[in-house]
Design a protein around this ligand. Structure first.
Ligand code: MN
Length: 209
């Protein structure tokens, strides 16, 4: 069984006006699909590896054969990162489903680690803006049990380093160029309106276990 494109839990226009329909559609059906196609191609002669969940594959990256390792890092990372990304998004406030912010244990942990939610937002934004070229900003839960902000180049997954992604933002130009052109800061600002905090909190609680 090869890897397949997961369905989005909302429609392509659900994140308007913050993330536009065309960007979402191309991002999902072209970019994400391409990572999956390339991953399947790379693993076609490795049926045992192909059986693993992509997250497991990345956690075990050190035991992946050298000749396909970089392909798994790039395309397996791309598949895992995008599957993760779609889930931490939700329909915008404009569609009447929004207004959520972090609460409970996650909010407490953010307060404790960053001082306040606003401070966390500021620091995360700074990370996202300072990614040079294509990459991601992540809030991760480390092996040592700490929340940390990390920049990752290309599709490098936090899972390869034994870390668990809690929240992540794709800052590749393909994620925002159609609507925001070169204005990454406006995209990042808009993105705060479409975060599924319930999912982020559940990522955190799962990582704690
Ligand atoms: Mn992307």
């Amino acid at each position: 069984m090869s890897y397949q494109l997961p369905k989005l839990p909302y429609s392509y226009d659900a994140l308007e006006p913050y993330i536009d329909k065309v960007t979402m559609e191309i991002h999902h059906t072209k970019h994400h699909q391409a990572y999956i196609d390339n991953l399947n191609k790379a693993l076609s002669s490795y049926p045992k590896l192909e059986k693993l969940e992509v997250e497991e594959l990345l956690k075990k990256i050190d035991s992946v054969p050298t000749e396909i390792k970089q392909a798994v890092i790039n395309h397996g990372g791309g598949h895992a990162n995008h599957s993760f990304f779609w889930k931490v998004l939700r329909p915008s406030e404009a569609s009447g489903e929004g207004g959520m912010s972090p609460s409970g244990q996650l909010l407490q942990a953010l307060d404790k680690t960053f001082g306040s939610f606003d401070k966390f937002k500021e620091e995360f934004t700074q990370k996202a803006l300072s990614v040079f070229g294509s990459g991601w900003a992540f809030l991760i839960f480390t092996k040592e049990g700490e929340l940390k902000l990390k920049r990752h180049s290309f599709q490098n997954s936090p899972l390869m380093h034994g870390n668990v992604p809690i929240l992540g933002l794709d800052v590749w130009e393909h994620a925002y160029y159609l609507k925001y052109q070169n204005r990454r800061a406006e995209y990042v600002e808009a993105w705060w309106h479409v975060i599924n905090w319930k999912q982020v909190e559940s990522n955190y609680l799962k990582a704690l276990k």
